[in-house]
Design a protein around this ligand. Structure first.
Ligand SMILES: [Zn+2]
Ligand SMILES: [Zn+2]
Length: 68
């Protein structure tokens, strides 16, 4: 698979990751690794766990999620 964002710019770059949201292949330049906070619901309310998951996103989805 090749990077989708590079493909739209008429370049061909092997993909290193896949956007978790849209499924586009992404090269190192276009992949965004976002910290994904894990919420744990307990009896007294939500608490945030110290460990953070990782989410790979393309620039389009990262910006869309930042706005949302
Ligand atoms: Zn790319
Ligand atoms: Zn995406």
């Amino acid at each position: 698979m090749n990077c989708y964002d590079c493909h739209t710019a008429e370049r061909t770059t092997p993909a290193l990751a896949v956007c978790h949201h849209c499924g586009a292949g992404l090269c190192a330049e276009h992949a965004r690794a976002l910290p994904d906070t894990v919420h744990h619901l307990s009896g007294t309310g939500a608490s945030t766990l110290p460990r953070r998951a990782r989410r790979i996103s393309c620039s389009v989805c990262a910006e869309a999620e930042a706005l949302g």
